[in-house]
Design a protein around this ligand. Sequence first.
Ligand SMILES: Cc1ncc(C[n+]2csc(CCOP(=O)(O)OP(=O)(O)O)c2C)c(N)n1
Ligand SMILES: [Mg+2]
Length: 691
Amino acid sequence: MADPTESSVQQAIDTIRTLSMDAVQAANSGHPGTPIALAPAAYLLMNEAMNYDPAQPGWPNRDRFVLSCGHASTLLYSMLHLAGVKQLDANGQPTDEAAVPLAHLRQFRQLDSRCPGHPEFGHTSGVETTTGPLGQGIANSVGMAIASRWLGARFNRPGFELFDFDAYALCSDGDIMEGVGAEAASIAGHLKLSNLCWIYDDNKITIEGKTSLSFSEDVARRFEGYGFQVVKVDDINDLAAMRAALKQFRQTDDRPTLIVVRSVIAWGAPNAANTHGAHGAPLGEDEIRLTKAAYGWPEDEHFRVPDEVPALFADGVGARGKQAREAWDAMLAQYRTKHADEAAQLDTIARGELPEGWDADIKEFPADAKGIASRASSGKVLNQVGKNIPWMLGGSADLSPSNKSTLNFDTAGEFSAESYAGRNFHFGIREHAMASICNGMALSGLRAYGATFFVFTDYMRPPMRLAALMKLPVFYIFTHDSIGVGEDGPTHQPVEHLAALRAIPGLNVFRPADANEVAESYRAILRRDDGPSAIVLTRQNLPTLDRTEYAPAAGLQKGGYVLADICDFESDGDGKPDVILIATGSEVSLCVEARQQLAAEGIKARVVSLPCWELFDAQPAEYRNSVLPPEVTARVGVEAGIELGWSKYVGAAGRFIGMDGYGASAPSAVLMKQFGFTVENVVAAAKSVTG
Ligand SMILES: Cc1ncc(C[n+]2csc(CCOP(=O)(O)OP(=O)(O)O)c2C)c(N)n1
Ligand SMILES: [Mg+2]
């Protein structure tokens, strides 16, 4: 194809601009100014720079485009429409249907449109990640760049460059101001991710007005300090300068690139340009007419797509991407014959499955009254499964010795700028970016995990929520789960955190009672392919229950199960318990002991272990009622956390033993006693509810 003329490029850019303003106007809601301003960058990326096949937006080695400033969503939708990106089916296979038909763009922000207010992964093919919360997209893109490097290091062979994709992100002042962006940039620079390119829209405008209200740092120097190459472009409409900047990125192989580009929000709109009003309100029909006139566009036409524009994309990214993807397919076919095992692994990754027999090495923990901290049993199980799942990888925010989150078998290795094949990550003290990076890795097919102290989940809540929203099978290892932390005191003792995580729809939260429940938790977590999970673990030892005496730990798969029943009383009465003791994690063994004491006094207690509320609540009513018979209203709930949420299990007639304030600095055993987590207290509560 001959190089397109500058006028045809300009026409394509103006089509993106006008589609974006028309969509916002039709919705009477949205953000027109930034899509208008950034249209040249989006055009050049998609149609000239990226290795991307619109017919196969799931192609594993495609370059990624992340719109981190998700409010500019119409920019992405217009581009996906014009490039002719196809929608993928539920199995990730391309269909003939457009991902963004014009009819959907006309229905921007309306129910069931493929063009929701902010881009949603899984809803619209071509949307690489859900964005809107500023800072998340750029942090995700670091995870994608990492995934590219890791896949390359693990799977490429001489003559087979299967993975070398780049990750591009468009970002705004908000992305650059948010702390998570700084954390992510810091680690990206450290890891020398030269396949990462952020284009920062330095438009000097945010919602409240000029950035001078709150932002005066030298962004370029900051990023140079992180180890980025920084390229400045004075005007986003200077296409030659933009092309040169993108070329400079591609030619740099030792560090990531930040392109700082000046733009004018709502460029070309005679009254709205360069005003903060253009950020989040429709331009209005009159201003749209004036703006279209300024572009030399028919003023009264809406959603106009000149025939030449889709053709330009078809000749550009369409042709280039098809060729690249077909060459890649051919390479993969060859690779299959030479590296069959690796190819089979890639197929398994693509299907979102795990290798056959991945859990075969999980060993049962023998009964042990002294027991083992659940963080320690977790470390063992993590390694037993990790060995068998080559693409399970992750690390801690500088707490791996405490979190027991290291993969310590020979082939695991450490991920660093010098070795991208390693599976142990050092995220540094950056919990927020850690979880966002895990999302980016998961979006690239990897089974990523992050670890820290449970109390610091507050630092990583936004990306956990997004993992749940995007249905990503990321998992989190959280240790030091309660006042059982002991001497570190209330700053390090989670209290409301279980309730806070359970409040996130789609996040499965596991708090296993002993080592065998830990093992079962990993089974449940890794088997899940449609959402994130957290495992919440103790610092202190927990007895390993004798499963010949108590119910098998496999009961965990249903979220909750009868651990110890009233069998001692079988000959006596109606077979129903007098009282049900319900607990999670470290408090389960208290209930087990309390049951024995109650039995000595002729009170029939059932113990229910309830390690995962989300799984339990998803069981049929019949099962739930068999565990917690509605007619047995004498119930005691025990958990070293706040009561929020427990009423649905303990009911109005029940009692809850938990925390209603912060802990204190003292040895763990002292605190457990001080705050009422004793067998006596459980026994007394049980008696009080049985009246
Ligand atoms: C974490 C987060 N905080 C706040 C917002 C609400 N919000 C949306 S855009 C924006 C700032 C707009 O300024 P900028 O990022 O420079 O985007 P521009 O208007 O230049 O496109 C804010 C505060 C958000 N989306 N995410
Ligand atoms: Mg801005």
